[in-house]
Design a protein around this ligand. Structure first.
Ligand code: 13P
Length: 256
């Protein structure tokens, strides 16, 4: 059985009070209300750095809701003005870090190599990566998308020993579906998720591939989550816009 995960990537949204009330609405629910008792889903909230401490303080005694960050510096420490290190994040009990999001690749020119460095710092500090991959519409139309995604995975993750790789969470996020309202069909998602799992198996073997959670991200919402999560190789979602409303986020989490 693979771990089911629904993670909310809040991106650069919500001021302090809004982040507090969204968190309070989620952690104020019982495990039954969250659906985590019934389907074993793990929820991860990924606020912006400035809210991490506040959000964590609201987590008291809450099971199945975990804290993630949206990025981390590629250097361990030092004169990197404006950056946040892995060691800092772990000192706030952050457990997961979203890494290689397409917005970071596109706007901040993150490369597969830089992402690999970040992955090492995340593991080195006892946290776990949620590694994002995904293609542009152009690549898909050219028919090169699967090779492109496999290459993102190989270059950023395949240096890891199996003992670490087996803890990685992967998120497939087609860029053309992010924030556009245009979701990948369940067939499109399943095709890529299966190809990703096959690629992992070719390097680490079937057992590890079968254990790796592969999440779907890109306009995932209550109305389409059920169909997406019903796919054999879709183990949950990385949710942007719909994670900003507690009701939608919870409804997605209950969609297994
Ligand atoms: P949307 O759900 O808003 O399309 O964003 C998806 C995403 O980028 C999550 O990381």
């Amino acid at each position: 059985m693979r771990q089911k995960i629904v993670a909310g990537n809040w991106k650069m949204n919500l001021i302090k009070e809004e982040a507090q009330s969204l968190t309070a609405e989620i952690v104020g629910m019982s495990n039954d209300e969250l659906g985590t008792n019934q389907n074993g889903v793990k929820l991860i909230l990924c606020p912006s750095f400035v809210h991490i401490s506040t959000i964590k303080s609201l987590f008291k005694n809450v099971k199945n809701v975990h804290l993630g960050a949206q990025n981390v510096a590629s250097q361990a420490e030092g004169a990197y003005t404006g950056e946040v290190s892995a060691e800092m994040l772990v000192s706030y009990q952050v457990e997961y870090v979203i890494i290689g999001h397409s917005e970071r690749r596109q706007y901040f020119k993150e490369t597969n190599q830089e992402i690999a460095q970040k992955i090492d710092l995340i593991f080195g500090n006892g946290m776990l990566p949620i590694f994002c991959c995904g293609e542009t519409l152009e690549l898909r139309e050219e028919g090169n998308h699967i090779e492109f995604i496999k290459n993102q995975i190989s270059e950023s993750l395949f240096h890891l020993p199996a003992s670490k790789f087996e803890k990685v969470v992967i998120a497939y996020e087609p860029i053309w579906a992010i924030g556009t309202g245009k979701t990948a069909s369940s067939e499109q998602a399943q095709e890529i998720h299966a190809a990703i799992r096959e690629h992992i198996a070719s390097k680490y073997g079937q057992e590890i591939a079968d254990k790796t959670p592969i999440l779907y991200g890109g306009s995932c919402k209550p109305s389409n989550a059920k169909e997406l999560f019903a796919c054999a190789d879709v183990d949950g979602g990385l949710i942007g816009g719909a994670a900003l409303k507690s009701r939608d986020f919870i409804e997605i989490a209950k969609s297994f």
